[in-house]
Design a protein around this ligand. Structure first.
Ligand code: AMP
Length: 434
């Protein structure tokens, strides 16, 4: 028999019950906001054809070059990949569903993404994103609405102060083509000392050199020609509308002419929310922007759109830090409304039936199997953060009643007895009071 537990795959984590309560709160807050802005959920497969990502994310991007979980399904001899992000799949699904004929469509998604990055705090190989995509219009108010939605989400989660918004304008494809030529000329003489990836970038997508990790390239990039100098009036007017609307809605932002996103499909407005305090290398919590030409690279139809993706691990850990620092740390979510402790072995059937009656009335019951000393059961109940303890022993069974003990600080030490037929309504009254 194996003597050790087979470990999880490097960079892939379990999210244990002690943490899922906070995850659910964060997700519920986001889902409620998505609904308030008219977004409906979409679910796309975890596995797609490899060429979908290769073409759409950009062949010279890190995600495609180094981080893709690509494999051949030998049963069908198909080249497939685990999704590294969900915008491209979402666009594929919306186009297949005829979204190009449907006016504006707003959808949100949530789930696991896979990138073979070097794992460290805040950077994983399986991580989770939630995101929104709005397609069918090139109106700048669409991305403005998404930015305001995000600002609201940060406020509702109590982390508004901790994040800052940065914007840039990536212009249209003609501006990017002119800029690309200027960059190629600018970097050309230095490329002989570079690694293969950076050289390939110079060739295929020199814009990506602006966020290259090679320090020598970073120094050069600081003085490289700016895309801003190539933008035409339409592109400037588009992003100006976003900026004006953000000012009108009191959303603070900075502009960074060197902000390029890690994926190739963006144009015009791009934005990123990062930690306001410096000092963390994994400091991006959310990124997004417009991708008006993405649809045409997937199929025959044009479909303007914009969207964002936020990293759930980073968001949850930010919420946890904020709660700890403000001493309002959210207690872990309780496992149930009440814990049912059985004291004597002859009461199992009685207790089991009582638990079912409560559940039928909509009350969550954690039924501790096996009779154990009350002290032990109280400890377990507290560890599960359950506020009410139901006690059933021989005397309760004889009198057809249940003892209820309060365990949370405001109810500590309280005790009452409820007749079995009244139990659900007594519990409901107690639960509504807390
Ligand atoms: P991207 O799809 O690269 O624009 O990423 C959007 C967000 O997903 C980032 O701002 C991060 O919060 C999160 N994210 C991206 N890659 C990872 C990763 N490897 N581990 C954890 N979170 C990530």
């Amino acid at each position: 028999m194996a003597k050790t537990i087979i470990p999880a795959v490097r960079g892939m984590h379990d999210i244990l019950p002690a943490a899922t309560g906070l995850w659910q709160r964060v997700e519920r807050a986001a889902h409620a906001l998505f609904y308030r802005y008219g977004y409906r959920e979409i679910r796309t497969p975890l596995v797609e054809r490899l060429d979908l990502f290769e073409r759409q994310l950009g062949e010279s991007t890190d995600v495609v070059q180094k981080e893709m979980y690509a494999f051949t399904d030998s049963l069908n001899d198909e080249k497939l990949a685990l999704r590294p992000e969900a915008t491209v799949s979402t666009m594929r699904a919306l186009l297949a569903d005829g979204a190009h004929r449907a006016g504006v469509s707003r959808v949100w998604y949530g789930g696991a993404m896979f990138r073979h990055e070097r794992p460290q705090k805040g950077r994983y190989r399986q991580f989770h994103q939630m995101g929104c995509e709005a397609v069918g219009s090139s109106d700048p108010l669409l991305e403005t609405e998404q930015i305001i939605l995000l600002a609201r989400l940060w406020e509702e989660l109590g982390i508004g102060e901790r994040l800052k918004l940065t914007l840039n304008n990536l212009g249209d494809s003609a501006a990017r083509a002119r800029h690309r030529q200027l960059l190629q000329a600018y970097f050309y003489d230095s490329k002989k000392d570079w690694d293969e990836l950076s050289r390939a970038r110079l060739d295929k997508n020199p814009l990506r050199l602006l966020d290259d990790k090679n320090p020598e390239i970073q120094t050069l990039a600081a003085a490289a020609p700016l895309l801003a100098e190539q933008l035409d009036d339409d592109a400037k007017a588009h992003v100006q509308k976003v900026k004006d609307a953000l000012v009108a809605h009191n959303i603070a932002f900075e502009e960074d002419p060197r902000l390029v996103r890690g994926l190739d499909y963006y144009n015009l407005t791009v934005f990123e929310w990062t930690l306001a305090s410096e000092g963390s290398s994994q400091n991006a919590v959310c990124g997004g922007g417009r991708y008006d030409q993405l649809a045409e690279t997937i199929g025959p139809h044009a479909l303007a759109g914009c969207g964002f993706a936020l990293g759930v691990e980073r968001l949850v850990s930010l919420c946890m830090e904020a709660a700890e620092e403000s001493k309002t740390a959210l207690p872990p979510a309780p496992a149930a409304d009440c814990y049912l402790a059985v004291l004597d072995a002859d009461c199992y059937d009685y207790a089991f039936a009582v638990a079912e009656e409560c559940r039928a009335a909509g009350i969550g019951v954690f039924y501790a199997t096996g009779a154990q000393a009350l002290g032990k059961q109280i400890k377990k109940c507290e560890a599960l953060n359950i506020p009410l303890l139901l006690v059933v022993g021989s005397s309760e069974k004889q009198q057809n009643c249940i003892t209820i003990k309060g365990l949370t600080s405001e109810r500590a030490g309280t005790q009452q007895t409820a007749e079995r037929a009244q139990l659900a309504s007594v519990l409901q009254t107690l639960m509504n009071k807390s």
